[in-house]
Design a protein around this ligand. Structure first.
Ligand SMILES: Cc1cc2nc3c(=O)[nH]c(=O)nc-3n(C[C@H](O)[C@H](O)[C@H](O)COP(=O)(O)OP(=O)(O)OC[C@H]3O[C@@H](n4cnc5c(N)ncnc54)[C@H](O)[C@@H]3O)c2cc1C
Length: 368
């Protein structure tokens, strides 16, 4: 790709997954110049990874980005009620083409530095100068594995859920699955059909009632959010992080394998050591232990904490002007890490950026 060494735009959005696209949808309307830089080789962001059987928690009509509803599955898709991840990838690809979003791909942002007039964005394909930056890089490229004594000595196979595709190759093995969220439950459900599994969770897993899918969960959480806005204490409802009883997890429950134990204390070459002193050998460990924000390229700004977070008010960074973070979950906006939820954060952010650029005096001052 031939790029001039430096380009200038009003706004640089870093990351072209669902959050970057939702933001692009609203930025188009401002008439400002902007670019979306995405390291991915193809559209779809995190939906290009994940296991083969992964499906959305919500039907298509409850899983849409702003402006254009996700089409109902038809034709070559298998037409289950909940869209497959390939359907989401195709939807996101069609969405960015439909709105002619200015995406440069693959472009990996390596460093962001504050300058007198805004920011300099250093990438593997040249440099961009800009007045405003929005980070929408998600978490999927930063899998997290908790540190345990002896883990580096363990010689069995270790796999994070980010890289897990299917139970193929695990038949007959002893497999340890670590993590009490939806990834852990869904991967346990299918691996336990071919392998001997032990499921480890920090606390007893929380299962939602069978009838609660992503759509119900989102509307309950929205009610709770609205109640909180009024200053009242909401009645407890399903948590967005609790385990959704998708068909495979219900089936695992019927086989009696949906039981979890509390964590081990360390590892040897072949085994985990339990708190009661026993050790137990496993061929493979699958870490379903989550992710951290992919914000390393913002570290030169000196405001990123050890977990990759930045202090924000809404989506706006509080320690530097002209920087926003969208789509990372509750700390950057209610339900912002979901397809249906990110639109609200994206709209508010685009409005804020537009106001910010209108008010910007020629002498930009960073104050960290
Ligand atoms: C098991 C599981 C099930 C889920 N189910 C649902 C569901 O049913 N419904 C729902 O709405 N959500 C669901 N989610 C959440 C959803 O997948 C993610 O929250 C979502 O993909 C986040 O979108 P994003 O655009 O913020 O980040 P991503 O999709 O991760 O996109 C970020 C983009 O930024 C790029 N990038 C990263 N670093 C750089 C860099 N340095 N320079 C340039 N580009 C960079 C990446 O390549 C990527 O393309 C689920 C997630 C998981 C793990």
């Amino acid at each position: 790709m031939n790029q001039p060494s430096s380009k200038e735009v009003d706004i640089v959005v870093i990351g072209g997954g669902q959050s970057g696209l939702a933001l692009g949808y609203f930025l188009r309307r401002t008439g400002r110049s902007f670019v979306i830089l995405d390291a991915g080789a193809q559209p779809g962001g995190a939906w290009n990874q994940g296991w083969d059987s992964l499906r959305l928690f919500s039907p298509a009509e409850a899983s849409s980005l702003p402006g254009w509803p996700m089409p109902q599955p038809s034709g070559t898709y298998d037409t289950g009620e909940f869209p497959s991840r390939q359907q989401v990838v195709d939807y996101l690809a069609a969405y960015e083409a439909r709105y002619k979003l200015p995406i440069e791909r693959p472009v990996r942002v390596e460093r962001v530095r504050a300058t007198q007039n805004g920011y300099e964005i250093e990438t593997d394909r040249g440099t961009w100068q800009t007045k405003a930056v929005v980070s929408t890089t998600g978490t999927a490229t930063h899998p997290f594995v908790p540190p345990y004594p002896g883990l580096t000595d363990y010689t069995g196979l270790q796999l994070h859920s980010a890289r897990y595709r299917s139970p193929d190759g695990l038949a007959g093995q002893r497999v340890l699955i670590v993590g009490g969220g939806n990834s852990g439950a869904q991967i346990l459900a299918e691996v336990s059909r071919v392998a001997q599994t032990v499921w480890v969770t920090l606390t007893e897993p929380m299962f939602l009632p069978d009838a609660v899918d992503g759509r119900v969960l989102f509307s309950r959480a929205t009610e709770r959010y609205k109640t909180l806005q009024t200053g009242e204490i909401p009645t407890p409802a399903g948590n967005l992080g609790d385990i959704v009883m998708v068909p495979s997890v219900r089936e695992a429950r019927s086989r009696g394998v949906l039981h979890a134990v509390r964590p081990f204390v360390g590892f040897t070459q072949t085994s985990v050591q339990w708190a009661d002193g026993r050790s137990e050998a496993f061929d493979t460990i699958i870490w379903c232990t989550g992710f951290r924000p992919a914000t390393d390229y913002l570290r030169p700004l000196g405001i990123v904490d050890a977990d990759g977070r930045i202090a924000t008010e809404g989506t706006r960074a509080t320690q530097l002007q002209g920087l926003w973070l969208v789509g990372y979950g509750a700390w950057t906006g209610f339900a912002s890490a979901t397809l249906i939820g990110v639109g609200r954060s994206a709209r508010a952010t685009a409005d804020e950026i537009n106001t910010y650029l209108q008010q910007l005096t020629p002498a930009f001052t960073a104050h960290n």
